[in-house]
Design a protein around this ligand. Structure first.
Ligand code: ATP
Length: 254
């Protein structure tokens, strides 16, 4: 395995009852790389992200993290190994406040007398949300009361501010307005420029993929059907791939 490969997925399959979500899927993520994952609805993108972040287990296949076997037992286990994710249902706890969700399971605790450093956590939450231009006046409010975009912002801010060096962002711009989406893309660019973090982004917008990612993988029917550096592809090529797959699926169904 080349030295710069941080995460390798080999021959992974995953079914849910009769539905085959992933079939013999292979994927490689390199150090500091931003990999864009494209694919139709139901292609298997979220299933792959959930397997990578320890939320689901593959049926077969192997994964390697920094050259070691990677078999996460839970999301917390994956996080302890340096992989953190925002996935589609966001994993926020409705009853907890904005800042409690932001520091969920990594609360700042005063030592040696253990009490929560609430003020410090609120300040850091405010800074992180300001960075992506989201104004949530009351950080003590339960997140159940927030809009979809605000909830999305908390989930993204929480992940990009984690200590992880592999970030998995499943549709990080979903539910975001154009301005907030642009700020998140800026933040992704800054993380990329640091060279310290590798990312997999599930995106639906080809322009965003070409602008923000180093490489693009297209997932079709549970396998990676296309893998190229973004510098070597174009909107036209990506559109043509998706349209021809749509035609193929229509023909297969008829
Ligand atoms: N927990 C589950 N139980 C049953 N089927 C599931 C489950 N999770 C995913 N699937 C099925 O697996 C397939 C792949 O789903 P997945 O959510 O990975 O697709 P996706 O590419 O993320 O789609 P979208 O862009 O619509 O989110 C779909 O047919 C979906 O219905």
């Amino acid at each position: 395995m080349p030295d710069d490969v941080v995460l390798q997925v080999e021959h992974v399959t995953k079914s849910f009852g009769p539905v085959v979500a992933l079939r013999d899927l292979n994927l490689t993520l390199r150090k500091g790389e931003v990999l864009g994952l494209l694919g139709d609805n139901g292609a298997g993108k979220s299933t792959l992200m959930k397997i990578l972040c320890g939320f689901e287990k593959p049926d077969t296949g192997t994964m390697t993290l920094r050259g070691e076997p990677y078999e996460p037992k839970s999301v917390d286990h994956a996080r302890s190994l340096g992989i953190d994710a925002v996935y589609q249902d966001l994993a926020l706890i409705d009853e907890l406040s904005v800042f409690q969700n932001m520091f969920l399971r990594r609360e700042h605790v005063h030592r040696p007398i253990p009490f929560l450093k609430n003020r410090e956590m609120r300040t850091q939450t405010r800074t992180a949300l300001d960075e992506i231009g989201i104004n949530i006046p009351n950080l003590n409010a339960p997140v159940a009361k927030l809009s979809g975009g605000q909830r999305q912002a908390i989930a993204v801010a929480r992940t990009v501010h984690s200590a992880a060096d592999i970030l998995l962002l499943d549709e990080p711009l979903a539910a975001m307005g154009a301005k907030e989406g642009a700020r998140i893309l800026d933040l992704i660019q800054r993380l990329k420029d640091s060279g310290e973090v590798a990312m997999i982004l599930v995106l639906h917008n080809y322009v965003h993929v070409l602008a923000s990612c180093d490489r693009v993988n297209l997932i079709q029917d549970g396998v990676i059907a296309f893998d190229k550096p973004t510098a070597e592809t174009s909107i036209e090529e990506l559109t043509e791939l998706v349209v021809s797959e749509y035609r193929r699926a229509r023909m297969a169904a008829s």
